[in-house]
Design a protein around this ligand. Structure first.
Ligand SMILES: C[S@@+](CC[C@H](N)C(=O)[O-])C[C@H]1O[C@@H](n2cnc3c(N)ncnc32)[C@H](O)[C@@H]1O
Length: 301
């Protein structure tokens, strides 16, 4: 049975689904931790295709995702936990049962992007929020109001790889005192006004600055960097960690995190292959979100 097909509810197309399954290689008795449950795309498919796995634990820092999937998947092997994957060891009440397979599918789900109130989309008007868990830390608006010109330029340059970062930060800090439209579309319009060149270049700057703000609001790279060594060292022998990334900053951290783990302690394990797995042409056609996806996996010795 596939939970989502049965319910005619499949709002989020899981990226690299077949590749994730082949990299995780679910086996009898496995305890799988999905640290980014999202809309449960991996969870529903793995639970239905692998009747012999022992448990599937879905963790997400977005309470809406947890509530949605908990309402969809009714399977005694499935449970959910709310929180950040960085804290999974404290969050899971497992006794001796330690996950031997872990999967992370980074970033936001299409459902989060499509919900204007979350503030992730520059195409629909919403608050400049972008917090995946609604409550912790600064919102995107806090960052735009409180960071200095130099700090904002660094944010747009480092996390958005935006080459006009200095120009944008200078104009923004100059204009923000009188800025009235503190919404996602308001900030996108500001970027369109001050970024030189044509429409496509302006849109690129919008995408990059929104990505940068989202990464900083949710400390996405910090979460990932701190989690990789923790997750690898907690895996039992033959355990696997599989990570799907969506931009070069994430992919670099995963590649280097895996390399660092195997070179600091060669008996720990190894990266599957030097090259990441990529989506097929067919998947990219069907799901444009998959275009930038890369999968890397680590096997514990
Ligand atoms: C791309 S979606 C995952 C989609 C999922 N694989 C599926 O098929 O439905 C990413 C999810 O990870 C969650 N997330 C991102 N960073 C997280 C973190 N540090 N800890 C826990 N959840 C996180 C987001 O809230 C989002 O729901």
């Amino acid at each position: 049975m596939n939970y989502f097909e049965d319910n005619h509810l499949r709002p989020h197309l899981p990226v690299l689904l077949e590749e994730v399954m082949s990299a995780l290689d679910p086996q009898v008795g496995d305890i799988i931790l999905d640290g980014t449950l999202g809309r449960g795309g991996y969870a529903g498919t793995i639970l239905s295709r692998f009747p012999d796995i022992s448990r599937y634990i879905g963790l997400d820092r977005d309470p809406d995702s947890i509530e949605f999937v908990a309402g969809q998947i009714k399977d005694p092997r499935f449970s959910t936990v709310s929180g950040k994957f960085e804290d999974y060891q404290q969050l899971l009440d497992l006794g001796d049962a330690v996950p031997n397979k872990i999967v992370l599918d980074l970033g936001v789900s299409s459902h989060q992007i499509d919900e204007p109130n979350r503030g992730f989309s520059f195409q629909q008007e919403g608050p400049l929020d972008m917090r995946m868990d609604y409550e912790s830390g600064w919102t995107a608006e806090d960052i735009l109001r409180r960071k200095t010109e130099k700090e904002l330029a660094d944010i747009f340059y480092i996390y958005g790889e935006e080459t006009a970062a200095r120009h944008i930060a200078k104009f923004w800090v100059n204009d923000r005192k009188s800025f009235k439209d503190w919404t996602t579309t308001g900030f996108a319009k500001f970027l369109h006004r001050i970024v030189p060149s044509g429409y496509n270049r302006k849109q690129l700057a919008v995408r990059r600055c929104f990505q940068a703000l989202r990464i900083v609001v949710n400390d996405e790279l910090g979460q990932l960097e701190r989690s990789i060594p923790k997750m690898i060292s907690s895996l039992p022998p033959k355990g696997r960690l599989v990570i799907v990334t969506f931009h070069s900053l994430e992919d670099r951290l995963v590649k280097h995190g895996f390399q660092a783990a195997s070179s600091s302690n060669p008996s720990l394990g190894l990266q599957y292959s030097k090259k990441p797995m990529l989506p097929s042409d067919e998947e990219m056609k069907e799901n444009p979100r998959a275009k930038s996806a890369k999968l890397r996996g680590f096997i514990r010795c």
